[in-house]
Design a protein around this ligand. Structure first.
Ligand code: GLA
Length: 379
């Protein structure tokens, strides 16, 4: 299965962990449609770990937990499909999943068949308990081949957390996305760490196989499986802006049945989603914040070329202090001498700014961001 833009959807893990069941999935499917999330592009509903019985059946097939999913997975898939959504599930390259349920090791082909027979459209494939004797690239290639040959289009979502130099081999496996980070938790430090860790991996992101910075924590506010401290709405907005800007898949992790208006507004910013889904998925670059001064790791300006000649420009303050930032047009290939400049449209407040002296100054509140779509105009 070839997925040309970052996947968008919802995943059960961040909030629900082991506390999943059929009714939760039905209600979440309803909410994805009724709240408008589907119409903004969130199409995959993914059940993560903890969905199966602890043992396979006599013929070696995975069995859905009888209490959590009393009507089986085909019934769940049918319901999800009836709402116009796509259905995702989870397994693992080890003999156990990370939470200790049966993994797909040495059952890759039979499991791919099972997922296909249930109507699965997306498989997240984890890396816990894998054999220390077999390199991950062989394990992911196996499942990649099993999925490509199972008779159904199933998006392969690899989840080896960037371990064992995943970036060097993941594109050989048929995966459409790969977890380029460890697990997110609901704290500001986690957002900051994942963002900075990601920088050296930007060159590996691109059409057909996207760097997955992990599921979103927007709107969790400390509740749920990876809940911990929680973040402020400003921090969630910066988190969403970063993930969207960097072409990460956008998989919602909060309980959308209870999402508040601010959370919904963050998750449905269509201009940011358009940056995320830009068909070229070009590599972002980082420019200097203070020309001639040492680099401040915590204040970042990223720029990306979009299809059609526009630029996306993002200012991100990862620190708890107010910060000034200065974007110099020279670094963008637009010195004053070329007679061109930028008109910047702020995707969060709709205001437009023109750069008239070769430098754009933007002040950032603690943890805040500014994201702009910029046109090249005459000076
Ligand atoms: C790993 C993955 C998480 C989640 C859990 C489930 O930690 O990275 O995203 O799937 O396993 O156990």
């Amino acid at each position: 299965m070839l997925k040309l833009t970052p996947a968008m959807g919802w995943n059960s893990w961040n909030t629900f962990g082991n506390e999943i069941n059929e009714q939760l999935i039905f209600d979440t499917a309803d909410t994805m449609v009724d709240s408008g999330l589907l119409s903004h592009g969130y199409e995959y509903l993914v059940i993560d770990d903890c969905w199966s019985e602890k043992t396979r059946d006599e013929s070696g097939h995975l069995v859905p937990d009888h209490v959590k999913f009393p009507h089986g997975m085909k019934a769940v898939a049918d319901y999800v499909h009836s709402k116009g959504l796509k259905f995702g599930m989870y397994s693992c390259a080890g003999n156990l999943t990370c939470a200790g349920y049966p993994g797909s090791y040495e059952h890759e082909f039979i499991d791919a068949q099972t997922f296909a027979s249930w109507g699965v459209d997306y498989l997240k494939y984890d890396y816990c308990f894998h054999s220390p004797l077999i390199h991950g690239k062989y394990l992911y290639r196996r499942m990649g081949l099993a999925l490509e040959n199972c008779g159904r289009d199933i998006l392969f979502s690899a989840c080896s957390w960037g371990a064992d130099e995943t970036q060097e081999w993941i594109k050989t496996t048929g995966a459409s996305m790969w977890r380029s980070t460890g697990d997110i938790v609901d704290t500001w430090n986690s957002i900051r760490d994942l963002t900075l860790q990601q920088e050296k991996l930007h060159p590996y992101n691109g059409v057909g196989c996207f760097n997955d910075m992990d599921m979103l924590i927007v709107g969790m506010h400390g509740k749920g499986n990876v809940g911990l401290a929680g973040c402020t709405d400003v921090q969630y907005r910066t988190h969403f802006s970063l993930w969207a800007f960097l072409s990460s898949p956008l998989m919602i992790g909060c309980d959308i049945r209870n999402m508040d208006e601010t959370t919904k507004k963050i998750l449905t910013n269509d201009e940011l989603i358009a940056i995320n889904q830009d068909p070229a998925a070009r590599q972002p670059y980082r420019v200097h914040v203070d020309f001639g001064y040492p680099r401040n790791e915590d204040v970042i300006i990223y720029v990306r070329h979009l299809v059609g000649g526009k630029l996306a420009v993002g200012f991100f303050n990862l620190s708890d202090k107010k910060a000034a930032s200065h974007l110099n047009m020279d670094e963008l290939g637009l010195p004053v001498s070329c007679g061109k400049t930028l008109s910047l449209h702020n995707v969060w407040d709709g205001k437009t700014y023109t750069v008239d002296n070769g430098t754009f100054h933007w002040t950032l509140e603690p943890f805040d961001c500014g994201v702009f779509v910029a046109d090249i105009i005459d000076l």
